[in-house]
Design a protein around this ligand. Structure first.
Ligand SMILES: [Zn+2]
Length: 357
């Protein structure tokens, strides 16, 4: 079992009380998540005594949801024509179904009772399909997951593409919260904030929900038929890592002022590109993106190249993308999307990747 530290606090101001324990802002946020899971929305707690168990971070230790573990059991058992539930039962883990989105806190797979070494190896191979790279090669991102908004594993696909998005949002933490909200049904593997800080929400080996081509009621029958067919051919989520860059996206100009989609005035810098106004990406975001994409390309053997028609250009022929390994914008996959937008400097990304080796 993981070690935990016990944290007790009183209402009001849960955040301030947690800060008084000398926790980092990130630990506070994780703690508030746990409090919310256990007791309900923090702002609605009544005065009284509360206690949670905050797991002590073990650097490099994989973090799985209970559903990841359940799915790996089923997938491993299926490989040998066996039943996943009976494996879970032998290992004493059937209780995991009671909290599918929670973080797995049970024994390491190797230490589980009731399973043969071969069975454990199969489960392990599905849970951790690639060996961990040397620590110095890994960019410094903060793990802020897990979220329930993902599928365990990649439906048998390899990581072949890296899809770049903008969040159309005001902050990295807001975006992460949105990705962790079960209502949103969206997520990405990584989020890069304006100051260059990187967050990971979904593990690389899992299927995040960032570029799927599901049907849209507004599109009509034929358009949706083509869209679903395209999705089946490209399989964007199972084959891609999704990176979201925090950026407002398109801005509207009125009376020499600029407004983001929420209607709020945009007071920062503005660039014009493709006949529209945009918030420019920051220097720190480009630096972090180059570091992250370079690492991912090396680790998973993704080719450093655009699709033939260009990285941000919508590809009419889904077959071009079905066999493609490389880096592209969300707009290349989905004609209802514009991200990362014409203000994104693809040449800078590519030059950075090439000089990073
Ligand atoms: Zn997108």
């Amino acid at each position: 079992m993981k070690e935990t530290k016990r944290i007790s606090f009183s209402i009001p101001t849960a955040h301030e009380r947690l800060a008084a324990f000398g926790l980092t802002e990130e630990e506070i946020e994780r703690s508030l998540d746990l409090v919310e899971q256990k007791y309900g929305p923090v702002d609605e707690l009544v005065p009284g005594e509360y206690a949670i168990e905050l797991p002590i971070e073990e650097p490099g230790a994989p973090v799985y949801t209970n559903q990841d573990v359940i799915s790996s059991f089923y997938a491993a058992a299926r490989q040998v024509g066996a039943d996943g539930w009976s494996w879970l039962s032998r290992a004493g883990l059937t209780g995991l179904v009671a909290d599918r989105q929670g973080e797995y806190r049970g024994p390491a797979i190797d230490d589980l009772p009731g399973l043969t070494a071969g069975e454990k190896a199969r489960i392990q191979a599905i849970l951790a399909p690639t060996a961990a790279p040397p620590a110095e090669a890994v960019p410094s991102f903060t793990w802020v997951g897990p979220t329930g908004n993902h599928d365990s594993g990649r439906f048998g696909h390899q990581i072949e593409m890296i899809v770049i998005h903008f969040t159309a949002s005001g902050s990295g933490t807001g975006t992460v919260s949105w990705f962790k909200n079960p209502q949103s049904k969206v997520s990405a593997h990584y989020v890069i904030d304006r100051d260059g800080r990187m967050f990971q929400v979904v593990k690389d080996g899992n299927n995040a929900w960032h570029a799927g081509l599901s049907s849209r009621p507004a599109l009509g029958l034929e358009a949706n038929r083509l869209r679903l067919e395209r999705g089946d051919l490209i399989r964007p989520n199972p084959r891609a890592i999704g990176i979201e860059i925090v950026n407002w996206g398109p801005l509207e100009k009125r009376d020499n002022k600029y407004y983001n989609w929420t209607g709020k005035e945009h007071l920062g810098q503005v660039v014009e590109a493709g006949g529209q106004y945009w918030e420019p990406y920051t220097e720190s975001q480009y630096d972090s993106l180059i570091e992250l994409v370079s690492y991912l390309c090396k680790r998973y053997g993704v080719t450093i190249r655009y699709p033939p028609q260009g990285a941000g250009v919508y590809h009419e022929r889904p077959q071009d993308l079905a066999d493609f390994s490389g880096i592209l914008g969300h707009s290349a996959i989905d004609n209802t999307k514009s991200d990362p937008g014409p203000h994104f400097d693809w040449d800078r990304l590519m030059a950075g990747l090439r000089s990073a080796g």
